[in-house]
Design a protein. Structure first.
Length: 145
């Protein structure tokens, strides 16, 4: 059963998984004077994302559909580019801003779809995720100033 809201949620799962992977790469490979602060910030971000993606996938299941899986499938669905392992700390932060902004667009589309379908529970979940990612973008952009 693939309704517009299911498709939107599946994309949010894919985006979130891609962002987990990209944040992990940055966590592992960040170097330089900001190592300690960024290493810890990236870890907090990917841990929060891992809990969130489970909740979104379970929402898909609660609606009677299947959650997407498989790393290559999720990467293809998300369309979030990968960062080079040897990127600078500044480039890592910029990359994560872009990835979070892409996810924000898809979260807002899922929120609007949930509203159209009068699915308040899914709309509420998307609103909560939007708030998290807007804060993350703000924090990452503040680092770049």
């Amino acid at each position: 059963m693939k309704t517009p809201i299911i498709e939107a949620l599946r994309l949010v799962v894919a985006d979130t998984y891609a962002l987990i992977g990209q944040t992990h790469v940055c966590h592992w490979n960040v170097r330089g004077p900001s190592f300690f602060s960024l290493h810890g910030a990236f870890e907090a971000q990917y841990n929060e994302l891992f809990v969130a993606v489970d909740e979104i996938a379970e929402r898909i299941r609660a609606k009677g559909a299947l959650a997407p899986g498989g790393l290559s499938n999720l990467a293809r669905m998300a369309g979030i580019t990968e960062i080079a392992e040897d990127s600078s700390a500044q480039d890592m932060v910029r990359h994560l801003v872009e990835a979070n902004e892409k996810l924000l667009l898809d979260l807002k589309a899922a929120r609007d779809c949930a509203n159209d379908e009068r699915d308040s529970e899914t709309e509420d979940l998307m609103i909560a995720r939007i708030q998290v990612h807007e804060k993350t973008v703000w924090m990452l952009k503040s680092y770049l100033e």
